[in-house]
Each structure stands twice: as structure tokens, then as C-alpha cells.
Design a protein around this ligand. Structure first.
Ligand code: CMC
Length: 422
């Protein structure tokens, strides 16, 4: 059987045959039938907007791979910085490449004093850390003259390094500001995850990062590092397609991530679990969701229709963290919610399973992060994925500035009416 698809325009009888490669055919062939014919695909449900070799995802089989490596193997064996190198460079680093990369990232963690003293200090005392984070990332780019030199490899690599290194510093700075705590400078002797926890929680001299918690942080960062063309990454690509600098594009992608249907879901999950409060309230909550009142946050996914492999890993990590921090009382509510939902036809028939956000919030809470910080914790590792996609887009000869077509459904031409006659 030929790997082609034939489309016939019944209005004219014209037809066009297009090859199917890897389950995809080029819809631009439609233009051969009629240059004014467009596909209507709100929310890109059946449109691939790019070719990418970064992340593979099979939603039906629950498979997630970065550059070919299964997420389970990376979460078990790798560090976040090693995964970051992999996503950006396409290969796992050799021992010496990793050493250099770790050294370089570690030595770019500082941010300009003006960022903290002049910029962050200007926020209202109760500003949401994610709003601060988004603005701070955009502001960061204004400190680097070479930020806009995106087609010069050396310069672009430098911006990648700066962003990967500085996002934890910025995230911690936003948190410390919101708590009224003094800023803790990056510590070059610590690993990426340890340094972040230290900048977040150090008070006085006796703070020691617990290795189990630092490892959990690293695993969470690995799991969130990339997820192909979701809303935030697509935003990154759309903004980058206009040749914006990587700081502005990252800020835009983070803005998309902030939404409660995307990265904001982990925050929404913990708020939902707190509202439910007790396992005895779970059945009533599930009934409410089924009658269309709200959603079961942390459930469902556009692509995963069987299980989210990240959720399985996170659930195990949760128990390791709770062994150190003590049990999060909301875990009981979460487990019961999961049990009831997974045995209810409403959720089963719609293929709604726990996603990455269902348990991550509980771990973040146990680690001591306030709910407001949860999406920031997602944005730190996802910055790596966004930058890998920007790099890929800029090298892709088939890409141009993003500019979808629209289906105009408004009124036809009409005469202007003077205000007195309206
Ligand atoms: N609770 C209850 N019903 C749901 C849920 C949910 N969480 N998710 C989907 N549905 C129902 C929805 O009402 C619809 O039912 P019907 O066919 O009767 O109208 C059906 O399932 C299909 O839903 P959809 O909205 O068409 O699915 P989607 O692919 O557009 O949405 C989603 C995917 C993730 C936005 C959605 O499942 C959702 O809102 N989940 C809750 C928010 C959440 O956990 N988001 C995190 C996603 S994973 C991390 C990330 O992407 O950042």
C-alpha cells in the first residue's frame, strides 16, 4: 500500500496526492488545489507545526524520551545538568564535557545587582513569584548587549548558558523577596539542585541541604525539562520565529506556562486538595466535577491517553521525600481521589489519568515551597527545553515567522455610522 494520501476537491474535481512520512503529510499541498483553501484546526489538534528531534512522546503507550533516552532511565541514572546538556546538544556528554558544562553553568549563576536592588525591589510586597519571574527573565536580557545576536553561535551558546545558570537564582530571588528575606548568593561548590535549595531556604549559617531532597529536586527538574510542542514551547517557537532574543522568548513561554491549564495546574492541584480537605469529601467532589462544576486538576492530558510516565516516577519520588520530611497530609486525599476517579466511568471513558502535576505539588509542599512558587519550579527546568527548541527552530530552513491563517466569520463591509445616529 502506498504511503500517500489523495485529497480531492469535490468543487472542481481537482486532486492532489501527497506522501505520508512518519504519520505526517504536508498540508501545504492543499494550496495546489486552491491557493485560498486552508485547514481549520483550532488548538492545533491535528497539526504538526514543526519537525523536531528533541523529544519523542507516544501518548497512547505512555512513552516519553529525550533525544531517544527513556525518561525512566534518565530519572534513575542522570543529573539534571547532564539532561540539560543532552537536550541542548543532542548527545549525553562525555565525562570531560560534563565537567566543563557543570563548571560553566556554575560560574554564570550570579545576576547583576541592579536586578535585585532596583528591579525586584520595585514589586508590590505580595506580587506572585511567577509574575516576578516572567518579568525578571525579560529584564535579564537587557543586561546583555549580545542577547540579540541569535545567529552567532558563540553568542547564542552564551545566552543559553546564562539562562540555564541564572533561572534558579532569579526564582530564589523572587521567593526571598516575597518572604521579606535577604537574598542568598549562589554557592559555586554546590550542585544545581543543592544550590537552588540553598538560595531558597538558607537562614543563618547552619543550613545543610539534605541529599535525598536535593536528588528529588534534580529528578523533578529532569521530568519537567521538555515535553515537545505544548503551549509554552509552542509560544517559545512562535516568539523565536520573529527572531526575538532568547530572554524575551523565554519570558513569553513562561507566561504561557503560568496558565492553570498548563504549568499552573500543580498549584491548582494543591489548592483543590486543600479545599477537599478530607477523604470523606472525595465522592461529593467527584460528583461535582462530573456534573461540569470545575475539573479534577492534575488529571487529563492532551496527548497522554493511557498514563503519564512522569506521574509514575513522581509518585515514587514523593514517598522518598515524605520519608525525610514526614507525610504530607494531603497525600491521603490525593490517593483516594485517584482511586475513585480511576474506577469511575466518567474518567475512564474519557481516558483521564493523573498527569505530572497531580503529585508534584505535594512534593514541592513537603520540600517547603509555598504554593505560589510551584509554577516557577516548573519553569526552571523547562527553560532548558525552550532553549533547545529555539536553537532547533533557528537552524531549521523550513521555518519562517509564525503566521497562521484565520477563518473570518465577522460581518461583511458596512458603512460607518456617525456617533449621533447610533
Ligand atoms: N476533569 C474533569 N473532566 C475533564 C478533565 C479534568 N481534569 N480533563 C478533561 N475533562 C473532560 C472534558 O470535560 C471533556 O469532556 P466532554 O467530552 O464530556 O466535554 C473531555 O474530558 C475532553 O477534555 P478536553 O478539554 O477536550 O481535553 P483537552 O485535551 O483539551 O485538555 C487538559 C487537556 C490537560 C487541558 C485537560 O485535561 C485539563 O483541563 N486538565 C486539568 C488541568 C491540568 O491538570 N493540566 C495539566 C496538564 S499536564 C502539564 C502541562 O501541560 O503543563
Amino acid at each position: 500500500m502506498a504511503d500517500t494520501i489523495t485529497i480531492i476537491d469535490d468543487r472542481t474535481g481537482k486532486k492532489v496526492t501527497v506522501p505520508i512520512t512518519g504519520g505526517v503529510f504536508s498540508s501545504s499541498a492543499l494550496r495546489d488545489l486552491d491557493p485560498n483553501l486552508f485547514m481549520y484546526d483550532p488548538a492545533y489538534l491535528s497539526t504538526a507545526s514543526c519537525a523536531s528531534s528533541i523529544t519523542y512522546l507516544d501518548g497512547d503507550a505512555g512513552i516519553l524520551r529525550y533525544r531517544g533516552y527513556p525518561i525512566e532511565q534518565l530519572a534513575k541514572n542522570s543529573t539534571f545538568l547532564e539532561v540539560a546538556y543532552l537536550l541542548i546538544n543532542g548527545q549525553l556528554p562525555t565525562a570531560s564535557e560534563l565537567k566543563t558544562w557543570q563548571f560553566d553553568v556554575t560560574h554564570h549563576t550570579m545576576i547583576h545587582e541592579n536586578m535585585r536592588k532596583r528591579f525586584v525591589d520595585g514589586f508590590h510586597y505580595d506580587a506572585h513569584p511567577m509574575g516576578m519571574f516572567i518579568s525578571a527573565i525579560a529584564a535579564l536580557g537587557t543586561f546583555y548587549e549580545d542577547a540579540k545576536d541569535i545567529f552567532e553561535k558563540e553568542s547564542f551558546d552564551k545566552q543559553i548558558l546564562r539562562l540555564v545558570a541564572k533561572v534558579p537564582t532569579i526564582a530564589a530571588m523572587c521567593y526571598r523577596f516575597s518572604q521579606g528575606l535577604p537574598f542568598v548568593s549562589p554557592n559555586n561548590s554546590l550542585s544545581y539542585g543543592e544550590n537552588f535549595l540553598n538560595m531558597m531556604f538558607r537562614i543563618g549559617d547552619d543550613y545543610k541541604v539534605n541529599p535525598v531532597l536535593a536528588r528529588a529536586m534534580d529528578v523533578l527538574f529532569i521530568l519537567h525539562a521538555d515535553h515537545e510542542q505544548n503551549c509554552g514551547t509552542t509560544t517559545m517557537r512562535v516568539v523565536s520565529s520573529a527572531n526575538s532574543d532568547p530572554y524575551t522568548a523565554t519570558a513569553a513561554a513562561a507566561a504561557a506556562l503560568y496558565g492553570p491549564l498548563h504549568g499552573g495546574a500543580n498549584e491548582a492541584v494543591v489548592r483543590m486538595l486543600s479545599e477537599i480537605g478530607d477523604v470523606s469529601n472525595v465522592p461529593a467532589f467527584i460528583e461535582e466535577v462530573k456534573t461540569g462544576h470545575g475539573r479534577l486538576m492534575g488529571f487529563g492530558h492532551r496527548v497522554y491517553k493511557n498514563f503519564d510516565p512522569r506521574a509514575t516516577i513522581i509518585k515514587n519520588t514523593a514517598y522518598e521525600v515524605f520519608a525525610v520530611t514526614g507525610m504530607n497530609p494531603l497525600l491521603e486525599v490525593a490517593l483516594e481521589l485517584e482511586r475513585v476517579a480511576l474506577s469511575d466511568d466518567y474518567f475512564v471513558s474519557r481516558k483521564l489519568y493523573p498527569n505530572v502535576d497531580f503529585y508534584s505539588g505535594l512534593i514541592y509542599e513537603a520540600l517547603g515551597f509555598p504554593v505560589d512558587m510551584f509554577t516557577v519550579l516548573f519553569a526552571i527546568p523547562r527553560t532548558v527545553g525552550w532553549l533547545a527548541h529555539m536553537q532547533e527552530l533557528l537552524a531549521d530552513k523550513e521555518q519562517k515567522i509564525s503566521r497562521p491563517r484565520q477563518w473570518y466569520t465577522g460581518l461583511g463591509e458596512r458603512e460607518y455610522i456617525a456617533i449621533a445616529k447610533r
